[in-house]
Write a protein that binds this ligand. Structure first.
Ligand SMILES: *[C@@H]1O[C@H](CO)[C@@H](O)[C@H](O)[C@H]1NC(C)=O
Ligand SMILES: *[C@@H]1O[C@H](CO)[C@@H](O)[C@H](O)[C@H]1NC(C)=O
Ligand SMILES: *[C@@H]1O[C@H](CO)[C@@H](O)[C@H](O)[C@H]1NC(C)=O
Ligand SMILES: *[C@@H]1O[C@H](CO)[C@@H](O)[C@H](O)[C@H]1NC(C)=O
Length: 447
């Protein structure tokens, strides 16, 4: 009989299964560089960067923010990544004069202090004297003294409701609360409804649902939300093109008169001040979903008898801002880019928004530098960006790619909310809005 060596099928089957599913049974070892990246450094370096960046308030266009840019530049340069700081001249807005007083028939006018309190023992009380007075950037300079109308969240539907209740907003001061729409729209909707001025408050119902700072994380009674009311993106004097040196600009007067600007005087106030105003507003009781939280007065629609006298003088001025860019050149696909960016400017100290991000960016750069010293090179080019004047209107979160003549990016200012592409001569302009992109000459990809 022929002795045939028969292979038993079971070990074969097991072997085949093992080969097929091996990768599921044994997780692939994380790459050497990946685990190295995670093991390098400590939380202390990010904390030290955060402290250096936020030791002073650093509003865009101020010396303090230029010093914060220096910190970013010196950190990135010390890692031997090619780094440059590019200054741009853009239209920013600062408060020069503000006043707000409340009166009613038979009641003397009382002026609001318009100051945010520090708390006993606040280690930053001295530095907070440098914080910009509470204001709404790009609000029109002017004054209005008129009866108050309460406009809920200041949305179009809120004004439609007021009209349906026969409340005429024309010539009045609209009092609205933050929280549902962009503050630029709150002021614009007030203007469209005919209001002479707008006041926006932070309702404790929405902003202080728990213990207020310093006993908890929520907005304290005198806390005020400051911000921009510009509805466009980019430098208002260079709509849709870059604020490069010597470029064409529209006049400040023209930039301030577009529909992207609020066009009426406006001020933000604290929850405490908002409630004080509402205590003097009469008229019909506002609907349930227009009311405040526990302990708030009954909110009424007005108009009056409360009268607000608001004056505001702003300084819309061309200021210098700094964009910092650092490049880690890719090994295999150097003409494809991974862009990591964050802004630096802040209304006040900016410890959370934005510099928790900037500190993380610097920490990441330091670790990438250590990897590079051990021979690592990224596949694609990594561009680290630290933008300026985001708070005023995303001034520098955009790119100009000079693709035909230059291998790398020129990062400049331009204006567009979404990705747009323009061709001016041989220059392609892309604008990006707080996303990470990889870009090459043929296409742009979102992540
Ligand atoms: C860094 O902080 C995080 C969050 O507190 C913590 O989980 C982590 O262990 C810390 N890492 C080091 C290296 O101290
Ligand atoms: C609102 O008031 C203005 C100014 O007093 C007036 O011209 C306008 O006709 C009023 N609108 C309505 C709908 O009554
Ligand atoms: C409004 O306030 C300003 C600044 O305090 C003051 O000059 C002006 O007279 C006031 N207007 C009215 C109508 O009270
Ligand atoms: C406006 O700002 C510019 C530039 O900082 C300054 O020179 C000018 O004095 C300011 N104007 C007012 C009225 O504060």
């Amino acid at each position: 009989p022929r002795a045939t060596a028969r292979l038993h099928p079971l070990p074969l089957l097991v072997g085949a299964l093992f080969a097929t599913y091996y990768h599921l049974l044994v997780a692939p070892a994380p790459s050497y560089y990946q685990s190295l990246f995670l093991s390098l450094g400590s939380n202390d370096t990010a904390a030290a960067h955060l402290r250096a960046l936020t030791v002073r308030p650093h509003l865009a266009g101020t010396e303090a923010n230029a010093l914060a840019a220096d910190h970013v530049v010196s950190t990135l340069s010390s890692l031997s990544f090619p780094t440059r700081v590019t200054p741009y001249e853009v239209l920013l807005s600062y408060p020069v004069g503000r006043s707000l007083s409340l009166s009613a028939p038979g009641r003397d006018a009382t002026a609001f202090a318009l100051v945010q309190d520090t708390y006993p023992g606040d280690p930053y009380a001295a530095a907070s004297a440098e914080v910009v007075p509470t204001f709404l950037a790009y609000a029109a300079s002017g004054s209005a003294a008129a009866e108050v109308v309460y406009a809920n969240y200041g949305r179009r539907e809120d004004y439609a409701y007021l009209a349906s209740r026969g409340v005429n907003v024309t010539g009045k001061v609209a009092l609205a609360r933050y929280g549902k729409v962009y503050r630029g729209d709150i002021v614009k909707n007030a203007r469209d409804a005919g209001a002479a001025a707008a006041v926006i408050f932070t309702d404790p119902k929405d902003y202080t649902p728990g213990k207020a700072f310093p006993d908890g994380p929520w907005m304290p009674p005198t806390g005020v939300q400051v911000g921009s009311t510009f509805k466009g993106v980019g430098d208002p004097t260079t709509p849709m093109w870059a604020s490069s040196e010597g470029c064409e600009r529209v006049s400040v007067a023209k930039a301030m008169s577009t529909h992207d600007m609020p066009g009426i005087p406006a001020l933000p106030v604290s929850g405490r001040d908002g409630e004080e105003i509402l205590r003097l507003v009469g008229g019909d009781v506002a609907p349930e979903d227009w009311q405040g939280g526990d302990g708030a007065p009954v909110y009424r629609l007005g108009p009056g008898p409360a009268v607000l006298n608001l004056t505001y003088t702003g300084n819309e001025t061309i200021a210098t801002i700094q964009n910092v860019i650092s490049v880690i050149e890719g090994k295999e696909e150097p003409d494809r880019y991974v862009i990591l960016g964050n802004h630096r400017d802040a209304w006040t100290f900016g410890a959370a928004d934005p510099n928790s991000g900037t500190a993380a960016l610097l920490e990441l750069a330091q670790r990438l530098s250590k990897l590079q010293n051990k021979g690592w090179r990224p596949r694609r080019t990594i561009i680290l960006c630290n933008w300026d004047a985001e708070e005023y209107g995303l001034m520098l979160v955009c790119l100009v790619l000079e693709l035909t003549h230059q291998p790398l990016l020129n990062l400049m200012s331009c204006s567009s909310r979404r990705v747009k592409r323009y061709n001016s001569r041989n220059r392609h302009v892309y604008s990006v809005n707080r996303h990470v992109y990889s870009v090459n000459s043929k296409y742009i990809q979102y992540y």
